[in-house]
Design a protein around this ligand. Structure first.
Ligand code: ADP
Ligand code: MG
Length: 663
């Protein structure tokens, strides 16, 4: 069974559907409506002149067709309805004439001219409203495909192959919850007979989606937990201790605990699959360095993957300086590494002379092979999709994996995306850190903002200025980086250096600017959110964010984490004329976890993961905010199911497991 076997789906439709990501029967029947329109039957008496009306009835007179110039046509007929006879006229539907036979039941949607007693129809459906109301599915489409066609394709697929669509709910749970079967549920979703039935079917499909998802997560966790699947090491703890003693700071107790958890994982024969989460600036990076150091001491290679070149480069320089005087060979590999240098690095990774490689996506290119990759670390892990993660992991045999994230994840999400992982959390900040004072300002208060900035500059400190856009665009009056550069130059240009960095710049250019900022050659750095993650410039003590209402709270929290990176007092100024209630949370709250929960409540997960959504978390029908209870139940059930020994369930289990491998 395949899409092309569905009656009515020809080569053209196949192409259009695949453009929408619909390439299998299952994709098609789970292409759920994104909304439903409720058509309520109107009444001629109660409808006012020029009002919109939906009414059904029987065709009473043969339609009279009139053709005009330029291919225009109009059709008139009379319709008998429950509330009287009405004239109907409709433009450009000559093709309906043969269907509109006298006595045919139809539904007419249009505008009612009360004096003439005529409806000018925008649409005629070849069916009557079965009850008082009809619930109509509305689908996302692509150019060249109509609602009607989509609906026809789906229903034909259900008719022909509905029984073969896999159902991931074990029969015992189907019975417990009195669920309808999969085919029936799909049928109801695409042709809802009533609101109640629709709701029931939806819950069933949501449960199924979450059940399958949680099953996979639980399964992966179980597989990962299996003994002897990872690398067993004997870590020379003394050497690590000596190294830590020489650091310019003392590790916080949270850091110490997390480090021990990581080292224990490295020692054990089980494979590490750990998330290290902690607020921006909590000191995760140094732990990743220590883990790679420990791994190198045991004779294995490590790879650290960062989401941007700026960040990879910074990690690289940091690590080099921390490990000066040790025999570690550390290299940087990014998209802009010159070709010849790349070849040398590839070589060094292959023959094992390189201990540690830090980089971006370049680390997962086909050409890269490792002699004995033992540890893979990804920074800001949510920015990479599952496939990218898997790719890097596959390069070694069974390398241990550590994910770092500064985006505290609301509980729901932790349960799901990280459900298969162990989690270490750093809650406290390094000693001496002052919390960041956050203040809200209106655009009209810009003078005060400028004078606060001047005070900071006079102390020799540096400032980040953030705008949502790079250049002006026609349909937006948002502040842009370029505008701000001009403004800032006007205000401060005589005494201070001002520059910009944004995502559209070449990476070497970005790198250069960031280096200059770090070296204090630039005092004011204006940027889009490219500096959101990771960058560490301790002398930067102020951040000014224009159009702050445009950002989610988590993003704002990430952004402001760029300041407050030393024992200097730091300030974050949020400029916005609207949305002040939401933004006020930032003034009073400094805990990334609390903020992410708030953000989640207010905006859903869309913002949490930035615009580069990894795709890990896209459900077709479930919505974690609304369906948390279903999630918890599905989690519990799928766990029990995974552990159950009933052999008649084996086939379904295998199907679920297979779907992980194909994902
Ligand atoms: P994160 O990666 O969690 O956002 P970083 O690892 O970049 O945070 O740490 C921010 C800064 O704090 C770095 O300059 C780092 O060297 C420093 N740092 C890390 N741990 C400590 C500590 N325990 N005490 C003082 N400074 C620390
Ligand atoms: Mg970091």
């Amino acid at each position: 069974m395949a899409l092309k076997d569905v009656k009515g789906i020809g080569p053209r439709a196949l192409t259009l559907l695949s453009k929408m990501g619909i390439t299998s029967l299952e994709d098609l029947v789970t292409h759920y409506p994104f909304r439903y329109d409720v058509l309520v039957r109107g009444n001629l008496q109660e409808t006012q002149d020029e009002e919109h009306i939906i009414i059904d009835g029987k065709v009473e007179s043969t339609p009279i067709l009139m053709r005009f110039k330029a291919g225009l046509n109009k059709m008139n007929f009379r319709l008998v309805t429950a509330s009287g006879i009405v004239g109907v006229s409709i433009f450009n539907r000559a093709f309906l004439k043969n269907q509109l036979l006298v006595g045919t039941g139809v539904t007419v949607i249009g505008k009612y001219d009360k004096k003439k007693n005529v409806i000018t129809a925008s649409e005629i459906k070849m069916e009557t409203l079965s009850n008082k109301a009809k619930i109509e599915p509305v689908y996302h489409l692509t150019n060249g495909l109509s609602q009607k066609q989509m609906s026809t394709f789906i229903n034909m697929a259900l008719l022909m192959y509905g029984k073969e669509i896999p159902d991931y709910i074990p029969t015992s749970y189907q019975e417990t919850y009195h669920f309808v079967n999969k085919r029936t549920a799909l049928n109801i979703l695409h042709n809802p007979p009533s609101q109640d039935k629709l709701k029931e079917a939806m819950i069933r499909l949501k449960y199924e989606e979450l059940f399958a998802f949680m099953f996979k997560i639980n399964y992966l966790r179980q597989v990962n937990k299996k003994k002897n699947s990872g690398i067993e090491r004997e870590i020379p703890q003394e050497k690590i201790k000596q190294f830590i003693a020489k650091l310019p700071f003392e590790l916080t107790s949270d850091q110490q605990i997390a480090l021990q958890e990581i080292l224990d994982d490295l020692q054990s024969s089980g494979r590490m699959n750990r998330l290290l989460q902690g607020d921006v600036g909590s000191g995760k990076t140094i732990l990743s360095f220590l883990a790679m150091y420990a791994n190198a001491l045991c004779g294995y290679q490590s790879a650290l993957m960062a989401p941007t070149e700026i960040l990879a480069t910074q990690h690289f320089h940091n690590m080099k300086s921390f490990f000066k005087g040790t025999p570690l060979t550390i290299e940087l590999l990014t998209g802009s590494t010159p070709k010849r240098e790349k070849q040398i690095i590839y070589h060094g990774l292959k023959d094992g002379t390189i201990d540690i490689v830090i980089g971006t996506h370049a680390l997962i290119q086909e050409e890269v092979t490792y002699a004995n990759l033992g540890l893979v670390i990804t920074d800001e892990q949510h920015r990479f999709g599952v496939n990218q993660r898997a790719n890097l992991e596959n390069k070694g045999k069974k390398p241990d994996t550590l994910y770092m994230s500064a985006t505290p994840i609301p509980r729901t999400y932790a349960l799901t995306i990280y459900g298969d992982m162990d989690v270490s959390t750093i809650k406290m900040r390094p000693k001496g850190r002052k919390s960041i004072r956050t203040i809200l300002k209106k655009n009209e208060e810009i003078k005060e903002v400028l004078s606060l900035m001047l005070e900071e500059l006079k102390k020799g400190h540096q400032i980040y200025v953030i705008a949502p856009l790079i250049e002006e665009s026609e349909n937006s009056d948002l502040t842009t980086v370029c505008q701000l550069r001009d403004k800032m130059k006007l205000a401060f240009g005589a005494h201070f250096q001002i520059d910009i960095v944004h995502g559209k710049m070449r990476s070497e250019a970005k790198e250069l600017i960031m280096q200059e900022f770090l070296q204090k050659k630039i005092q004011i750095l204006i940027s889009t959110t490219v500096i959101e993650v990771g960058v560490d410039v301790p002398n930067a003590t102020m951040m000014v964010i224009f159009d702050a209402n445009r950002f989610g709270l988590s993003t704002l929290h990430q952004l402001r984490g760029r300041v407050g990176r030393s024992d200097l007092a730091s300030t974050c100024i949020l400029i916005s004329d609207s949305d002040t209630k939401r933004l006020a949370i930032m003034e009073s709250c400094d805990d990334g976890f609390v903020i992410s929960e708030e953000d989640f409540k207010l905006r859903g997960h869309g913002d949490l993961f930035g615009t580069k959504q990894s795709g890990d978390m896209t459900f077709k029908i479930a919505d974690l905010r609304q369906d948390y209870k279903i999630l918890l139940q599905a989690k519990k059930d799928s766990q029990a199911y995974l552990q159950s020994k009933e052999t008649d369930q084996e086939q379904l289990k295998q199907a679920l497991i297979a779907s992980i491998q194909n994902a």
